[in-house]
Design a protein around this ligand. Structure first.
Ligand code: FEO
Length: 388
């Protein structure tokens, strides 16, 4: 396993998790990477580590450049275990190294590992550490993704190492985004934001404003591909997602028992289609919720439908509502629909969820048992009249 030089004397020494298909509820069809970076300078510095079970891979890549015992500094930008899992193992090898982290980083590392023998240097925003030819500059990025998160910026190289921010879950041979294909990398970056960063969009907006003041020509996140030559594009995308900006776009999200709620979903689809509004049609049984979020994040209209089962909505839809409430996309218009037999309580539950999210409900449509073609046609026309 080789190290990969991303800038002169600065190497990617991370690990590729080809088999990863699930990451705390997020479906990772393309696998992932945990990116660690080795800076060869007067003070040899390792920025971040990898998941514990990929320690040997990271070590082999480091050994292709230097003796790991010579590492002087280990920067821990974020203490979540996909980046810190291999920290105890590397600290066992470079026993004289100092861990550099944020104040919350030290607190969190103490609650994860036995750190009694570790030396720490705590940094805050705008602190600098000279390591020889290079100077490390730090920017705290609280809640992007945890309270401890921070970015390390190598000023003279214009290289930002922001950990989770700007990352994507992709396992690949390629290291740079443009080598793999920008469409794929941007889509995965959007999915990553929608499923990981979105609940903290206010904090992310603040952090991105700080980052935008820096003179950056490369962003090397801790997951996926490195942004080189596309830095402005990904920062612009983050600003839009941070701001909860939406498009004239709808997502219809539903489950169905006997096909009636699906028929209603199709009538809703036709209404948007006839108004020339981009519309996504997603059955929760066939699209994973983490992929639904990639579409939902920039959809102005969120339409959720469920039949009523056991006096409530289907468990799939209850799970979706729970997930969306947690991620908390803001400033949307909601549409509630569903077929029912006698109670119709699913409708109330979706409406309640939308109210908790502070969405304006543009329509609530419920049908007993099976909607006729005539009903569906009228339903479509009525909805069209409510759309711009
Ligand atoms: Fe990739 Fe929040 O850890």
């Amino acid at each position: 396993m080789k190290a990969f030089e991303i800038k002169k004397g600065i190497y990617w020494v991370g690990a590729i998790d080809w088999d990863l298909r699930e990451f705390h509820g997020y479906q990772t069809q393309r696998g992932s990477t945990y990116n660690a970076y080795l800076i060869i300078d007067d003070k040899i510095t390792l920025v971040d580590t990898v998941k514990h079970y990929l320690f040997d891979e990271m070590l082999e890549r480091i050994k292709s450049i230097i003796d790991p015992a010579k590492i002087d500094y280990v920067v821990s930008n974020h203490s979540e275990m996909d980046h810190s899992g291999a920290l105890p193992d590397i600290m066992n090898i470079c026993k004289n190294a100092t861990v550099i982290c944020s104040p919350n980083g030290k607190d969190n590392l103490e609650k994860h590992f036995d750190v009694n023998s570790w030396k720490f240097k705590i940094v805050n925003t705008s602190d600098e550490i000279n390591i020889g030819k290079h100077t490390l500059f730090f920017v705290l990025m609280q809640m992007v993704h945890w309270p401890d998160s921070m970015a390390t910026f190598i000023k003279d190289e214009k290289l930002l190492l922001p950990n989770d921010a700007f990352g994507q879950h992709i396992a690949s041979y390629e290291r740079f985004a443009d080598e793999l294909g920008l469409d794929i990398v941007f889509e995965e970056a959007k999915k990553y934001f929608a499923n990981i960063i979105l609940p903290y969009s206010r904090q992310a907006s603040k952090a991105v404003s700080e980052i935008d003041k820096l003179d950056i020509d490369m962003i090397a996140p801790s997951h996926g591909l490195i942004w080189k030559g596309n830095v402005n594009q990904i920062i612009k995308a983050y600003k839009s997602w941070d701001a909860n900006e939406t498009k004239e776009k709808a997502i219809i999200l539903f489950d169905t028992m006997w096909g009636s709620t699906r028929k209603m979903a199709l009538a809703i689809y036709k209404a948007f289609e006839e108004k020339n509004i981009h519309v996504e049609f997603r059955n929760i049984k066939t699209t994973h919720i983490s992929d639904i979020m990639t579409h939902l994040i920039d959809s102005k209209y969120i339409c959720i439908g469920s039949p009523t089962l056991n006096n409530t909505c289907l468990p799939t839809i209850a799970s979706v509502l729970n997930y969306i409430k947690g991620l908390n996309p803001k400033n949307r218009l909601g549409l509630v629909f569903g077929s029912y037999g006698w109670g119709g309580q699913a409708i109330n539950e979706i409406e309640t969820a939308f109210k908790e999210l502070s969405y304006t409900i543009i329509d609530t449509i419920k049908v007993q048992y099976v909607p006729s073609d005539e009903y569906l046609n009228k339903m479509k026309d009525d909805l069209k009249n409510k759309l711009p």
